[in-house]
Design a protein around this ligand. Sequence first.
Ligand code: 1CP
Length: 343
Amino acid sequence: MELKNDLLLRAARGEKTERTPVWVMRQAGRILKEYLEIRSKLSGFIELVQTPELAAEVTIQPVDILGVDAAIIFSDILVIPEAMGLPYTMEEGKGPLFSNTVKNEADLGKLKIADEDSLGYVIEAINVTKKELNGRVPLIGFAGAPWTIFCYMVEGKGSKTFSHARKMLYTNPVFSHKLLDKITDSTINYLKGQVAAGANIVQVFDSWAGILPAGQYDDFSLKYISKIANAITDVPVIVFAKGAYASRKSIGSINCDVVGLDWNMDIKESRSLIGPDKTLQGNMDPATLYADFGTVKSETRKMIDQFGKAKHIANLGHGVYPDMEADKVKCFIDEVKEYSSRL
Ligand code: 1CP
């Protein structure tokens, strides 16, 4: 179907656009009261993710309420470990918890390679979302990067250090690569399924990129992201590797279309490391949205000025936080649209 607003896709391919497209990481399911209303009627987050009609509804809310230039399918990166055989629960206020972790060859042997059938509820949510979006804006599909998923599968929960996962890289690199391979194959199947169902672009979230030193990052993470980028041929691929300062040059050399920057990555320096070809995404400090409206606007303009008008998708440097006001997020979005269309 023809998209009425395809700014994001054109910018991702490096084409000129009338203005800078904008969306916000974690725009669905964190800050909108309309989301919390739906969520409060259900047993929890997992029920929402697994009910396609409701997942579609909360996916579209930010398009209607905030005016973003793309929707991102409401799901989580942790559906992959689940489909591979590690179920999780979402503990209120604490985050995810896995009852089993991957410790040895026997655990690894029991893991399945996920296919789109094991994630049918996400594929169905994409089908419903596409129908209801009716071509208004593109739909972003996503998955976690294999390294970030490895962190949860080995650790079993969120962590500041992911020391069990990091220990595994040093004590058993061969095993680590086998697990990363299995996650990568699962992720490729999953993303291909999302694209077949109608996702117009996909983002790979490497949220825990920043805890690895550069040499290990290239070997244990970027290699697998690169494999994914090579396998997804029909739509643009965005790679967001939070904190991967030392690896920006190598990220610039893989076969992706867009590189996401976090808010500590200097824009000019990143452009010179990544090179002129790729589109950059980001990167205003999310905490700016705690400031007054005037500051939100002036910081947004500063960001636009540094990226310039071409080859940029405006976003925050990481997701919005749950206690942020929707009006401030909207102010950021409106200012990107207004200011960039005057350039
Ligand atoms: O825009 C959106 O919010 C779309 C849906 C979405 C996305 C893109 C959710 C829903 N999660 C994610 C990605 C995700 N999940 C990432 C990568 C992006 C990032 O770095 O923020 C990560 C690391 C997760 C894992 C996760 N899921 C955590 C973090 C745990 C930790 O390590 O501390 C948590 C708390 C979740 C739960 C979750 N995921 C999404 C929602 C709405 C929620 C909250 C669940 C609830 O309602 O209780």
